[in-house]
Design a protein around this ligand. Sequence first.
Ligand code: CAA
Ligand code: FAD
Length: 379
Amino acid sequence: MDFQLTEEQLAVQAAARDFAQNELLPGVIDRDTHEKFPAEQIKKMGELGFMGMMVDPKYNGGGMDTISYVLAMEEISKIDSSASVSMSVNNSLVCWGIEKYGTEEQKEKYLKRLATGEIIGAFCLSEPEAGSDATSQRTTAEDKGDYYLLNGTKNWITNGNSASVYLVIAQTDKEKGHKGINALIVEKDMEGFQVGKKEEKMGIRGSDTHSLMFTDVKVPKENRIGEDGFGFNFAMATLNGGRIGIAAQALGIASGAYELALKYSKERKAFGKEINQHQAIAFKLADMATNIETARLLCLKAAWLKDQKKDFSQASAMAKLFASQVAMDTTVEAVQVHGGYGYVKEYHVERLMRDAKITQIYEGTSEIQKIVISRNILK
Ligand code: CAA
Ligand code: FAD
């Protein structure tokens, strides 16, 4: 077992940290307050190689390992989770899904531009009536010979308005249950595709979350990913990797809040001493540091298993389940360490606390992660 990061991994971590400090931090409060999508910043992230980190260089990707991806996600998420959720969806759902299961033509046409951040992608599984219970979706992709006729509504789609390419999971043959579902690549300008309302959210307020409507959208057969009926298995396999990204996002939110709390505890004095000299505050910091270290180990273990091409579905579910709880606990306590100042925007921890909550909900709620873990343990 080797806990030492490589030179390359350390360089990626440092580059992500610099980018987050210099390019994301300055406008983050304004983007959060006014719900502004970080379009410019994401473009730069693409130029720096953060939008297609693990993609093979022959498709314009960074050819990096999943450990580097976790390190970069943590650093970006310390500052701006609206930017990091776009990064996560693009890297681990859209790019990975197309690279792993797409045809050579799909990789040429879509992956090469997605990997550089020239365009970004969205992953469309959830619907108004089907979130956790993902097989009960109602969107249909009727087989019409050389194309699918797509009808229905998707909900809560990250990058909903900013994406150019959408991976849409839809039912072709209801009788076949989850084996009758397909995954289709839909382009934004296809006729009959419409971006619906933008959600007003508690956290990740810069992220553009939209409903999407499909009315008789003709999607060519060559845009199907994998064999007929592979769509649900495609979604599940892709989400295993996505959950590593969101676990790393939760880790970043927690470590960002901890770093702020630690710094503040050295600056603020009460009753004649730094507040960290009161054991109640020192113990909070000790708990935060221990939980964060544990979450980090779980994230890195899941990433390592993925890089070793071993089964990582249980490990990614454990990492997301644990890191998202640590993000909640740490951010709540970081606000407490800041006292009244923690409750105002200027000190950042209140935003991190609002951002933390979503990590327990998307890419499978914490209850769903427990289903994944327990089914693995019990099988
Ligand atoms: N990895 C690989 N395959 C999996 C899997 C996993 N983690 N979980 C299920 N599967 C496969 C099963 O093996 C089975 O396939 P086979 O029949 O070929 O063996 C198939 O999926 C159906 O499995 P189940 O019978 O277990 O299905 P189920 O209806 O009981 O549901 C579930 C299983 C785990 C609850 C699943 O529905 C689920 O993960 N729900 C959560 C959905 C989710 O995570 N949505 C996220 C949307 S994207 C998003 O949120 C992005 C964002 O915010 C940024
Ligand atoms: P429900 O499934 O209705 O769950 C409600 C509650 O019941 C939860 O607590 C849940 O854990 C619990 N529950 C449900 N079933 C069980 C069970 N079997 N056992 C125990 N408890 C259970 N989706 C996408 O496809 N793409 C995206 O890009 C995307 N981005 C998102 C961005 C945001 C900001 C948000 C809020 C959501 C996003 N989602 C996206 C959707 C997200 O994945 C779903 O919200 C999530 O999977 C939960 O589904 P739901 O909201 O329908 O809740």
